[in-house]
Design a protein around this ligand. Sequence first.
Ligand code: ZN
Length: 489
Amino acid sequence: MKIQNLVRRAAKVFLASAILTGPVARGANVDYFADNGFGKPLSTLQHPSGEHFKTTTYIAYQGPHEDAYVAAYNHSTKKWSGPVLAGVSPMGKTPDPVDNNEVDNHGKPAMMVDNKGYIHLVFGSHGGNPNLGKNKFGTPAGFGHGGKQTHIVSKNPEDITSWRVVDNISPFGTYPQFVQMDDGDIYLFYRHGSHQSDWVYQKSSDDGLTFSSPVSVIKHKLQAEGKLHDAWYAWFAKGKGDTITASYIYHPCSYPNHTKDRLNVYYMKMNCADDSWENAVGEKLAISVTKEYADQKTLVLNSGKGRCNHGTCRVDQEGHPHLLFRYEAGQVRYTRWTGNAWTEPVAVISDGSENGQDGDMIVESPTSVRMILTRTIDGKNEVACWKTEDGGKTWAKEPSIFSRPGGGFDIGALIENHTAEAMVVVSEGRVPEHLYRKMVLLGKDGPLQRPEAETSYIQKQLEILKKSGVKPTPKEERKAKKAKTGDDE
Ligand code: ZN
């Protein structure tokens, strides 16, 4: 080769590498930490989806193939690590669908960090299937959605790079929810099967090495006339001291087929000293709670025909619960227990942006509460805080934290033990061509940014999609399909 050519080639290589490494050298930052969220990567129902431990915020979400991915942000060094593939979902498809109706979306992970720093995830199931044996807490009709509830643990403390499967929980589960107590006890709540199943917990007192057998707390039941099946969507979290709150809504499922109906709001509390339950006025409850018993003892709101969907529950210094639930098309409503009664539920956002609201709340005192909410307004999706100082009667919007044109943000519950810098994770709206989504970690002042060159994780998936020639389903077909699917994502 002539010297001239060599020089030309060297110049080309130099130029190419300068273009490739340019953003790194200049440190161009973007608002997202990874681009490989998939489908509906997170929700408030599978929670927590992140935890702050020592100096690091750990985050778990659903990535390509519905697998569980984990990323971490070290607040001292200001460095990101991951995302890494932590666990493979038995529900994943190859290639990844480009139509969200073909994604199950129930197997996204719940995460916790135990006292020794090991990171635990439960994920990978929409209630299991008959090949896994007999489900003691669900009907055969409650089967059919597949997967296997899977518990994985980081091989080393505070290290997201390697994982092992621990076969110590029921495979029949969905909507996993971890509650950690101050004494180190771990309660893993979930629905023991598909929609026509009980809500149960398994308890561990040894950092998740072993768990008790499942204990049912809310009961599914075919009604006497045999046409409706009592079912539930429930949300569990740490209350004041050694207690756990349960807020839940009723799902009158038709038998044997699923419907999308959701009604009413209920509340009760567990005393972890003896694992007994009581209602808001402190009356002891006999579990597992049936529909009739719940109506009599734990009802917060009879919504009549109005659709109610689950939200979150946080407590004040008195231990009194504050409830966020979604009404009709996804308008967030709020009520709290005053010590004697539930306050009249109030629409937190009342400016006409009625759809797609969701989020969580920080209770500062019985009368001062801040909600962090996502919503769609004026053709854009937005995350902002809404604050009340009068016990929930009126709410004022604070400046927007994050917004993007379009819709379709998903938001998780608050990061456990969160700092002001990293409160909650959201995924940006989908693009038309595929279901990969950008993941954003938000603090009170906005996204925790990352150099753009560190955020790209879907090159391989995009190549596979391109080769497979998979095209998005036409809109009308998509609508028809959507009408058939049902269980909450
Ligand atoms: Zn159902």
